[in-house]
Design a protein around this ligand. Structure first.
Ligand code: ASP
Length: 426
């Protein structure tokens, strides 16, 4: 079969058009199309004019572009977990839905910065269930829900919940669902939050399931990278990300590396002692997406030339009597090291908390006044991102912009005493 016939048949299939409709679309007579489609050895076969070939290619290209962005379902449905409005894993995102979520987060910025207020979630109640330690995640989810006009009821730790009396996840989730309109859950067991989600039809957000995932953290991390990069005129595609520390149990890096792998041509340097290396299934997934991965135990080697340095804390609570071998204070990321190995536009990130003691193998506090340290811009971004997640999962994202009013109270121009150093940068 000639190439011309293949091209035409493929075009009709992809455009879902009959011969009549296709010839009409091309502005040619049906009879002409028939002759181009005839076997080359048939006496009646004719060659398709070059101009028509180009036109067909153009139509197909336009169609491909249109369908690529054509998922016009509400964002909450596009990222749904098995058809339901939960956020359990970053695997629910593709690049388009992730960037659509970032647009919603941008709309939330004036509210997060206390210039505007909204009441789109007025009357809604969030149930916040944290069975593991948390400061940032618990408070920022709560604050995000309140800033959308909702209120929060919470319980923290097993001791003060009925789980201490042997109640199952199913019962707890179903009971809570009768009281509140959305749940944010942190639990020490991998997969446990998905179990909460299976027992309810209200939105459930995974705020950390043991060493599994921490999807909202990864979304706010990537949102931070994008904002920092856009200020510097850089793209996420092709960037070099160094991840340091407990890559074995650190759920934030597990989620972040998956999200980053939705982009193109990244280089990852993974810096960890052998006992704390990134799980193999994640390495496979990232490599399958065409990214470069280098694993090293040397901080000097791994940090050199990185655009993003993402440091993590050792997840001591996940070690059941195992020794943490080879993780010495040499893993501390100090200012002198960053000055020597990194660039003026490298950004330094950490999901926090960090161990700020002098000999800790973590992101050193001597970087506190360095504008490359993005950790507080990162925590600040937790509010607009978590607001966006609630708005999308509860279907109010389109009401926010038109509902905003000016805030009635006075708030500081800069939240932190060092923030003025970044003034005008974003
Ligand atoms: N806050 C983050 C988490 O809950 C990071 C950490 O605890 O080290 O995973």
């Amino acid at each position: 079969m000639s190439q011309q016939q293949d091209i035409l048949r493929d075009a009709m299939r992809r455009l879902n058009l009959t011969r009549d409709a296709f010839s009409e679309r091309l502005g040619i007579r049906r009879r002409a199309l028939d002759t181009w489609l005839l076997p080359a050895d048939s006496g009646e076969s004719r060659a398709m004019p070059e101009m028509v070939g180009k036109f067909v290619a153009e139509i197909l290209q336009r169609e491909a572009q249109a369908t690529a962005g054509a998922d016009d379902r509400p964002l909450g449905q596009r990222i749904a977990a098995e058809g339901r409005p939960h956020l359990l894993s970053v695997a629910q995102f593709d690049r388009d839905s992730l960037e659509a979520l970032f647009q919603v987060a941008d709309v939330m910025q004036p509210i997060a910065r206390r210039q505007k207020v909204t009441r789109v979630l007025e009357g809604a109640v969030l149930g916040s269930l944290f069975f593991e330690a948390s400061t940032r995640t618990r408070v920022s989810f709560g604050a995000a829900f309140c800033r959308l006009g909702g209120t929060v009821c919470d319980t923290t730790g097993f001791t003060f919940s009925s789980m201490a009396k042997g109640e199952s996840i199913y019962d707890t989730s179903r009971v809570m669902s009768g009281y509140v309109d959305a749940l944010v859950v942190r639990h020490p067991e991998q997969g446990s939050v998905a179990e909460f989600a299976r027992a309810t039809n209200i939105p459930v957000i995974n705020a950390g399931d043991g060493p599994g995932e921490h999807p909202s953290q990864a979304v706010l991390d990537l949102y931070t990278i994008q904002r920092e990069f856009s200020r510097m005129g850089k793209l996420v595609d092709g960037t070099h990300v160094a991840m340091v520390g407990d890559l074995k149990y650190g759920r934030t890096v597990h989620s972040l590396i998956r999200l980053l792998s939705l982009y193109r041509g990244l280089k990852f340097t993974l810096i960890a002692p052998p006992s704390l290396e990134m799980p193999a299934y994640l390495l496979d997934l990232v490599a399958r997406n065409g990214h470069v991965i280098e694993q090293t135990q040397s901080l000097e080697e791994g940090l050199r030339g990185a655009d993003v340095v993402y440091a993590t804390r050792i997840q001591k609570e996940r070690f059941a009597g195992e020794e943490i071998e080879g993780y010495t204070p040499e893993f501390q990321i100090r200012k002198a090291l960053v000055d020597a190995l990194c660039k003026p536009d490298t950004i330094l990130m950490h999901p926090l908390p960090r161990d700020g003691r002098p000999d800790a193998n973590d992101l050193s506090i001597d970087l506190n006044h360095d504008p490359r340290l993005a950790i507080f811009r990162q925590t600040d971004n937790g509010i607009p991102v978590r607001m966006a997640l609630f708005a999308v999962l509860m279907g109010v994202e389109h009401q926010v912009a038109r509902s905003m009013r000016d805030a009635g109270w006075r708030s500081p121009a800069h939240i932190g005493p060092d923030d003025a150093d970044f003034d005008g940068l974003d």
